[in-house]
Design a binder for this molecule. Structure first.
Ligand code: ATP
Ligand code: LTN
Length: 334
């Protein structure tokens, strides 16, 4: 690794990703990987906080590895690995648990939302989720963390834990900054534009999955909830159209203002078709590339294995420092 700053991010292999995950996270990873030492993880341990079918989880993990690569993460430039392949993540999480307070964890919006959604499975892992996420980030002396807007609160906690540990035991962790894109950090549901687009939504028409083909994408945009008048502009009282314009501007690479001009005087039908076509033209080649990569599991296994070796080298440097600072006796070898 050269002396560029470290960037870390992760995505859970908890299902097929949506264009929300793409616009809020994945798209930025590729943009940033040349200017930083990028470390990208499959947050497989995080997914266990919600019930998973073991076979589906394994499949989703390969899907996500292939998607990262298809979206342009270059394993020669960046490190790509599975969180569970580097045990330092859970080891550091344990130490951070001893300085994290139940009060601050139970106040987290995601914990409250997911507790409501999964009433039958409110487990310790669900509450401890942000501490494992803090460990992910702090292990690598990370300076920048690209995330969607919904993860801002978790990043704040990672910063608080780094500062708390440094104050108590001496300078150990870099305090990371978040990178939240100006547009696309919170893509909204197509069915209920006041709520964020989520891959676990029961209504399949509420999101565009990265696996949807062109016809499906166009059909879903056609059904997208819009507002009562016929104006195609961004406005606080037009959340549906604002969301579609944002999606269009990012996928067609035009500014919101230019998009508004382009559709001035046009009807919703025309507009929605254009949004669908713009999205499909970007997603189609990514999906095809992902499926090609998925056919070669041994290549994906190799990438992840080499990624885990490189990640572990960096991670254990920090973990060694942490163990020493808190007073654990180092194991004597030989
Ligand atoms: P779930 O919907 O199953 O709760 P999720 O999609 O919110 O999961 P992750 O898959 O871990 O959670 O998210 C990966 C990245 O995508 C994170 O950086 C997150 O902030 C971002 N992200 C998630 N949803 C959106 C969205 N609607 N708009 C923009 N970014 C998003
Ligand atoms: N919780 C994140 C996924 C995640 C993550 C991380 C993101 C796990 N560990 C470390 C950034 C840095 C989410 O997006 N739901």
């Amino acid at each position: 690794m050269d002396d560029k700053k470290i960037l870390f991010s992760a995505i859970q292999p908890s299902g097929i990703l949506t264009i929300g995950n793409y616009l809020g996270a994945l798209r930025n990873f590729k943009k940033l990987q040349d200017d930083y030492n990028g470390i990208f993880s499959l947050a497989d341990l995080h997914t266990l906080t919600v019930k998973q079918d073991p076979q589906v989880l394994r499949k989703n993990t390969y899907e996500l590895a292939a998607l990262y690569l298809a979206c342009g993460i270059d394993p020669e430039k960046s490190i790509l690995f599975a969180q569970s392949h580097v045990p330092a993540h859970t080891e550091l999480a344990w130490v951070l648990n001893t300085i994290a307070y139940p009060g601050e964890l139970s106040r987290m919006t995601q914990f409250k939302d997911k507790s409501k959604k999964h009433e039958d499975n409110i487990n310790m892992g669900l509450m401890d989720y942000p501490v494992l996420m803090a460990a992910d980030i702090l292990l690598y002396q990370t300076e920048l963390v690209p995330i969607g807007a919904d993860q801002k609160q978790h990043l704040e906690l990672a910063r608080d834990l780094a500062i708390r540990f440094n104050n108590r035991f001496g300078e150990t962790f870099k305090v990371p900054e978040g990178y939240i894109g100006k547009t696309g950090a919170r893509v909204m549901s197509l069915a209920e534009p006041e709520r964020k687009m989520s891959k676990s939504d029961a209504n399949l028409n509420a999101f565009i999955s990265m696996d949807d083909d062109t016809d499906t994408i166009i059909r879903k945009f056609k059904r997208a909830v819009t507002d009562s008048d016929n104006k195609i502009i961004c406005a606080p009282d037009k959340p549906g159209i604002t969301n579609l314009l944002t999606i269009y501007s990012l996928f067609a690479s035009v500014s919101i203002e230019d998009a508004e001009k382009e559709f001035e005087g046009k009807g919703y039908g025309d507009f929605k078709l254009k949004v669908g076509e713009a999205v499909a033209s970007v997603i189609d080649p990514i999906r095809q590339e992902k499926n090609k990569l998925l056919a070669d599991k041994s290549y994906l296994d190799d990438v992840l294995s080499q990624g885990a070796d490189r990640a572990a080298r960096l991670a254990y440097r920090t973990l060694g420092k942490v163990y020493k600072k808190v007073g654990l006796v180092p194991r004597k070898r030989g």
